[in-house]
Design a protein around this ligand. Structure first.
Ligand code: SF4
Length: 365
């Protein structure tokens, strides 16, 4: 089944490390953007699309009032078939109120992903976030109180001043929250962002220190009963992100909104990173990224991110028996090095392998 991604490209202000498509919100943007999303949803009508996930990502989707979320979800229900959908909304603790939580829940949102990032207020200040941990903590608890039982939090590693003890303290606090899922991101200094300078580069932990923090995180999450089902995602009681799994399992998804990507009908395409253009167009302009993607290579690159890994059978279906044999042959030294494990005709990354996933994938291909 298909996944629907709605990009909400507005933020209160730009975080210094962020390269996502977003801009400061003006009051008139919400109705104009909501209307543009709904026009694009109407354009999906009559195509026989059945979806089981909807994901509001950003930017800051929690800037959307419940009425906008309700309008967008009603448009989806009217134009495509939604089957027991997981409906996720990304939320920043600084833009959440009890009223909004109740409204989103009534509109059909059943999963929240909070950009908490750290429980250390100095680290949050370094990231330029608008919340402190106490605000994040009370917001996550409030979401749970109003009835959200599928809550995820984001955590960042590789931050200025972060070391093994501060990560331990952050995890102590975050793991006491009523969460079922955690996504961890390593800070990466992107060209053209405010962090793109020597001063910041020199102040953050180096690669070896970040590797140690990642392995520490893997150990702590396992002890807390969370399974690592993807390189940087952990879930409790099977509450994996059904939507994000579609990206790694090569299942189809349709992205709506400025900069949103799609993989649908055998083609990969994207909407340009042009917020004004998206709002003024009747239907979003699409640019083709790849009209004949190499599914064999994609399966290796994306399938290895998840804990199930890749299967010899599927490799043979996508690229032929010889190609499958070559991948499994290339895996042998990596298995010896403890970077990959092989089980029941599948290979998957170990925790150690997940740290150097790009190098492992290159060696395999
Ligand atoms: S809130 Fe998220 S999307 Fe917005 S600027 Fe900060 S990191 Fe980027």
């Amino acid at each position: 089944m298909t996944g629907i991604y709605i990009h909400v490209p507005f933020c209160i202000r730009k975080c210094p490390y962020c390269k996502f498509c977003s801009k400061p919100l003006r009051p008139a943007d919400i109705p104009a953007y909501t209307a543009a999303v709904m026009r694009n949803i109407s354009a999906l009508s009559g195509k026989g699309i059945t979806a089981d996930t909807v994901y509001f990502g950003g930017g800051t989707p929690s800037l959307l009032p419940p009425e906008s979320v309700e309008d967008i979800l009603s448009a989806l229900r009217s134009n495509i078939t939604l089957v027991s959908p997981e409906i996720t909304l990304e939320a920043n603790p600084s833009s959440v109120t009890r009223e909004k939580l109740i409204g989103w829940k009534n509109a059909g949102v059943n999963r929240l992903s909070f950009g908490v990032q750290s429980a250390d207020d100095e680290e949050l200040k370094f990231l330029g976030r608008l919340h402190d941990f106490s605000r994040a903590e009370s917001t996550v608890r409030m979401a749970h109180e109003v009835g959200f039982d599928n809550i995820s939090c984001d955590l960042m590693i590789g931050l200025k001043g972060q070391d093994s003890s501060s990560l331990d303290r952050t995890l102590d606090k975050m793991l006491r929250l009523p969460i079922m899922h955690l996504s961890a991101y390593m800070l990466s200094i992107e060209d053209g962002t405010a962090f793109d300078c020597e001063e910041v580069r020199c102040s953050v932990p180096d690669e070896d220190e970040v590797s140690d923090l990642y392995l520490q995180l893997c150990g702590r999450m396992k002890s807390a009963g969370f399974e690592r089902y993807e390189i940087s995602n952990w879930a409790k009681d099977g509450r994996r992100s059904r939507h994000n799994l579609k990206y790694w399992k090569l299942e189809p998804y349709i992205g709506i909104g400025a900069s949103a990507h799609s993989d649908f009908g055998g083609r990969r395409y994207f909407c340009p990173d042009d917020i004004e253009g998206f709002m003024s167009a009747g239907v979003q302009r699409r640019e083709c990224e790849d009209d004949s993607p190499d599914r064999f290579e994609e399966y290796v690159m994306l399938g290895l991110r998840i804990s199930e890994g890749i299967s010899r059978k599927r490799l043979a279906e996508l690229g032929g028996e010889e190609a499958a044999k070559k991948i499994f042959g290339n895996a042998k030294p990596l298995i010896k090095a403890g970077l990959i494990e092989e089980k029941n005709g599948r290979i998957a990354l170990t925790d150690k392998g997940a740290l150097v996933s790009n190098a492992v994938i290159t060696s395999l291909i």
